[in-house]
Design a protein around this ligand. Structure first.
Ligand code: ZN
Length: 420
């Protein structure tokens, strides 16, 4: 298998769980060209890493003994688990190359954001997994194992959903990374919803309240439609503000539908570089199907679609199984998908962005409390409905960012106050 790498069309499919940069599968023309180039100069192939550790599930190669052993242990653990979890999977060995810099050819390095990919010699026949070693290798390896071991009975699955399936399998097999994977992908998915809806609650400290009352006989100018002053009850906030956190440019929702109507062969032709947002959407669809009917249920949809002569599982079947409606796929919907611990993880993934949103929400306190008072008097928290709340003071990177910037803002406000 590995000895004649260029016998087949060599569609190189970059598969990454974490990235926005992918390399398209090469067209037949490109493949032929590469074959010629390779025949002229086989020295162009990147050399295999030096150390080999053999396992019943494939050989692992790396540049150091420690890395090779570590990944071999992971492969021995994960490979049978992927086969057990993934119906219709292939029972076979797959080699893994761990590289510092991912590459198939000496001079064709992958973008740094790509952490792994699976090299196919033909559809549903993987030649090798290339993996970049880092702290999340178990996520990337289980993800790539899905691409490497998925069988032909899945051929009616839209291409992007294979990415979602790979991440769902990874989240199930690497429990320690589950919240991380889910939070990461949910944040990615917010590109389709124009952002993530947040609700910020906080108290108005007594002194600030008196000042506000003195200064404003008319309704507060900062009280917009999203702010509701409420009488204080126990630990209830005085103010609740709805905010929209935008992390990236918006992707039109029609793209989501198009993705669901694109097969695995066309995917990389249509989108030579697959943005991370698409991985987020794919993960969300598959994760919701998994929660309702399991991976087996998704596989059954693929089998039924094939039996009924569909080239791909119809998008309506998939959305119905995921209990999703693209019409209502919005910033609030995606916010409700987070559990509390996943939301906490999301704060750690993007502390600056969440701090920025919180600072916007805390505007009514500008110039009225200092940075030190902010957390223990105003007690700002993100409110998650019946899932509770997350006090900003408990999330170090977010509270540090707010404190640093609050001091700056307060200074500005004090100066401004002085001139009026
Ligand atoms: Zn992938």
């Amino acid at each position: 298998m590995g000895a004649r790498p260029l016998k087949h069309g060599l569609p190189v499919q970059a598969r990454s769980p974490s990235v926005d940069m992918l390399v398209a599968p090469m067209s037949r023309l490109h493949s032929t060209l590469l074959l010629l180039v390779a025949l002229l100069a086989t020295g162009c192939l990147a050399p295999p890493p030096r150390i080999v550790v053999e396992t019943p599930y494939g050989d692992v190669r790396a540049d150091s003994q420690g890395t090779a052993v570590k990944v071999a242990v992971m492969l021995e653990e994960l490979s049978p688990q992927v086969q057990a979890l993934l119906p219709g999977s292939q029972v076979r060995a797959i080699d893994v190359w761990v590289q510092d810099e991912l590459r198939v050819y000496r001079f064709n390095r992958r973008p740094e954001s790509v952490r792994g990919f699976t090299l196919l010699s033909e559809e549903f026949h993987a030649r090798r997994i290339h993996l970049q070693e880092d702290g999340q290798s178990s996520w990337y390896l289980s993800h790539e194992l899905v691409h490497a071991l998925i069988g032909e009975s899945w051929s009616t699955l839209p291409g992007i959903l294979e990415e979602g399936l790979a991440d769902v399998v990874a989240q199930e097999l690497t429990r320690e990374q589950r919240a991380h994977i889910r939070a990461h992908r949910l944040l990615n998915a917010t590109a389709f919803t124009g952002g993530l809806e947040l609700e910020l609650g906080f108290r108005i400290p007594e002194r600030a309240r008196r000042e506000r009352e003195r200064e404003h006989t008319a309704p507060e100018e900062t009280e917009d439609a999203g702010e509701h002053a409420q009488p204080r009850r126990g630990s209830e906030p005085d103010i609740r503000r709805r905010l929209l956190l935008r992390l990236t440019d918006e992707v039109p929702i029609e793209t989501a539908r198009k993705l669901l109507e694109t097969g695995r062969g066309e995917l990389h032709e249509r989108w030579p570089e697959i943005p991370e947002a698409y991985y987020g959407f794919a993960w969300l669809v598959v994760a919701r199907i998994h929660e309702r009917v399991g991976i087996d249920g998704l596989h059954e949809l693929c089998l039924r679609a094939a039996a009924e002569g569909h080239e791909l599982v119809p998008a309506e079947w998939l959305l119905a199984a995921a209990d999703m409606d693209l019409e209502n796929f919005d910033a609030r919907f995606v916010a409700n998908c987070f559990t509390r611990s996943e939301f906490q993880r999301a704060l750690l993934l993007r502390p600056e962005a969440f701090a920025e949103a919180a600072l916007t929400g805390l505007e009514p306190l500008r110039g009225r409390v200092d940075a030190r008072e902010l957390f223990y008097l105003a007690r700002p928290a993100f409110l998650l409905g019946d899932r509770g709340r997350v006090q900003l003071s408990t999330v170090g990177p977010v509270s540090e960012e707010i404190q640093a910037r609050w001091a700056g803002r307060s200074d500005v406000v004090h100066r401004a106050d002085g001139t009026h």
